[in-house]
Design a protein around this ligand. Structure first.
Ligand code: F6R
Length: 608
């Protein structure tokens, strides 16, 4: 989510770090900073805002030194601010750390260290790391880093420097990317290859819990037991543009492939088997939840489609009536909202004008507002009563993919949280749902392995002018999202219908060869869906179906079917949307459309 660069060598570090950070700014840009060791002293410059602000500060007050670490931040814990920016240091100012990822148990670690007299300045999870290293430092920096890391839960890629051992840069990762660049008498660390591609093309790709120790004399890669690991150098052949996209042709494709990770990140520390659901930025009490008479979920576009899923799952699990609406409609229709209604707004950017207006209106009517957003410090996050962050990381492609799946996860989390507090489900059932959710990252990974069939189907359909998406229940909500994705990036007209509604009008449009994408993942509605598919088949439609493994009777009714790994149908939307995203992507590529920047669209719609 954020970006890390580090350097140790004979050249001045500052300009190398800043140049590397410019290549990572697309990943996060709410603050940036560098820490450099010179003549045994640690110099840190960091500030809120774009990298240009940091560059200006460094121009006025240059920092000398040939070893340092740099960071560009996309806030997760704590608002974007100077003090929350990285690098973070221990209290004595002798150890400095940059970090990507999330330290799940930072609150417990912070409490322990506070009892031992440590003071914390920022709201970040990262500040725990230099303090913990300080706590374990007994004359060996590598040993202290190993000990500190052994206490940390979550995901991390970290770079560490210290005035205690001013000739050493130490780095390690777990579940967050990190590479080590090898130059001539110099070494680099980076969270992504583009950051160092102008310096070297020879890199080590680090695996989890491999500790790298770099000095100007050499490099060693160690296990937790300090045993040396022999690794092969990987020679990067991509150009900078491809490297920014992680080797993918477009950001959208990269973001589709990031979905298993962001699903996992969004559940991290919130869904833990055997423990109550933990929502740290939500202070609504059990009594307040019990008093809710009605929920409104309000959003725009893709976020609205996530809201439609939210309605189904909150009603099913927590038994609270939910109305879902488009923000631009809701704000002008004088809805009945008061202190007994809860409003949930969903917004990836947190800045969408209509969604923000709904939030303000709801508050003016004394409704409590929960914001589900991807951007820490965004307007909706600041103005809502409670916030549930989706940890999707920056989404660059205009068409939303990974943010959408994290919004779905947020809807499931809220539904289970309410169910737990209202006791509308037995505890065993809640545990069952939690475990089913925790399997979703692997299931999503499986779907991503099976792209051939989608590509084949797309090559037969990309020249069509119209398509239909059909589904029932949760499948209908996913059909809407699939249809929107196709329109947005391939400019093919498409319609999503609740399959049972077809015969009330739109079936008149079905003729020989009409392309129909039929979603049939909802087992209780499966037979009804098959009947609807037969209705379009008999009128000549060419039907491509999505079904869960095991439901192979569908093969008799459709032209082709793609099977999804078996999941509880309640969670099927999280994986059934992936083939639809890939289909739109593949069609758009074949039509030579500008996938990442579709015509007429903007990533953040801050005007009405
Ligand atoms: C579609 C898409 C848009 C957004 C909508 C709301 O791919 O990205 O439909 O979902 O503009 O944006 P946010 O979530 O930022 O409020």
């Amino acid at each position: 989510m954020c970006g890390i660069v580090g350097y140790i060598g004979k050249r001045q570090a500052s300009s190398i770090l800043v140049e590397g950070l410019t290549k990572l700014e697309y990943r996060g840009y709410d603050s940036a900073g560098v820490a450099i060791i010179h003549n045994g002293c640690l110099d840190v410059t960091k500030c809120k805002g774009r990298l240009a602000n940091l560059e200006k500060r460094l121009e006025i007050n240059p920092i000398e030194g040939t070893m340092g670490i740099g960071h560009t931040r996309w806030a997760t814990h704590g608002e974007p601010s100077d003090v929350n920016s990285h690098p973070h240091t221990n209290q004595k100012g002798t150890i400095s750390v940059v970090h990507n990822g999330i330290i799940e148990n930072y609150i417990q670690l912070r409490e322990k260290l506070t009892k031992k007299g440590y003071k914390f300045l920022s709201e970040t999870d990262t500040e725990i790391i230099p303090q913990l290293i300080d706590y374990y430092y007994k004359g060996d920096l590598v040993e202290a880093v190993i000990k500190a890391v052994s206490k940390m839960e979550g995901s991390y890629a970290i770079g560490v420097i210290s005035t205690y051992e001013p000739d050493k840069l130490v780095a390690v990762r777990k579940d967050s990317p990190m590479v080590v660049g090898v130059g001539d008498g110099e070494y680099f660390i980076a969270s992504d290859i583009p950051a160092i591609l102008n310096q070297t093309r020879d890199v080590y790709l680090l695996d989890d819990k491999e500790f790298v120790v770099m000095t100007t004399d050499g490099i060693s890669i160690l296990t937790e037991e300090k045993e040396e690991i022999q690794k092969e150098i990987y020679h990067v052949t991509w150009n900078t543009d491809a490297a920014e996209k992680g080797g993918y042709e477009h950001f959208m494709l990269k973001e589709i492939h990031e979905q298993p990770k962001v699903i996992k990140d969004t559940m991290l520390s919130r869904i833990i088997p055997g423990k109550p659901i933990n929502l740290d930025k939500i202070s609504i009490t059990k009594e307040q939840i019990k008093d809710i008479e009605k929920i409104f979920i309000v959003a725009c576009g893709t976020a609205y489609h996530a809201g439609v899923i939210g309605k189904y799952v909150i009603e099913k699990l927590a038994r609270i009536p939910v109305e879902v609406d488009i923000a631009s409609e809701f704000r002008y229709r004088k809805p009945i909202i008061n202190e007994k209604t809860l409003v949930i707004v969903i917004s990836q950017s947190g800045e969408t004008a209509d969604t923000l207006a709904v939030l303000r209106d709801a508050k003016a009517h004394k409704s409590r507002v929960i914001a589900v957003t991807n951007v820490v410090g965004s307007s909706v996050s600041r103005e809502a009563d409670d916030v549930l962050y989706t940890w999707a990381g920056p989404e660059i492609a205009v068409a939303s993919t990974k943010a959408y799946v994290t919004q779905l996860i947020a809807m499931y989390i809220i539904a289970l949280f309410f169910a737990e507090n209202k006791q509308t489900l037995y505890q065993e059932k809640i545990e069952y749902y939690k475990n089913a959710m925790l399997e979703l990252p692997n299931k999503a990974e499986e779907v991503l392995k099976n792209k051939e069939q989608i590509q084949k189907f797309s090559s037969k359909t990309y020249m069509y002018k119209d398509m239909f998406y059909l589904g029932r229940g949760l499948d209908y909500a996913v059909a809407m999202e699939g249809s929107l994705k196709l329109k947005e990036i391939s400019y093919i007209h498409s319609e999503a219908y609740a399959a049972g509604e077809l015969k009330h009008g739109p079936i008149a449009l079905i003729e020989k060869g009409t392309i129909v994408i039929a979603l049939a993942t909802q087992e209780d509605l499966f037979e009804k869906m098959v009947s609807n598919i037969k209705e379009v088949k008999t009128r000549g439609a060419n039907v491509f179906a999505l079904a869960l493994e095991g439901n192979d009777t569908i093969e008799k009714t459709v032209d082709s079917v793609l099977y999804l790994p078996k999941v509880d149908p309640l969670f099927a939307p999280v994986i059934s949307v992936i083939p639809l995203q890939l289909l739109s992507y593949s069609i758009a590529v074949q039509k030579a459309c500008d996938v990442d920047k579709p015509r007429n669209l903007a990533k953040s719609v801050t005007v009405e």
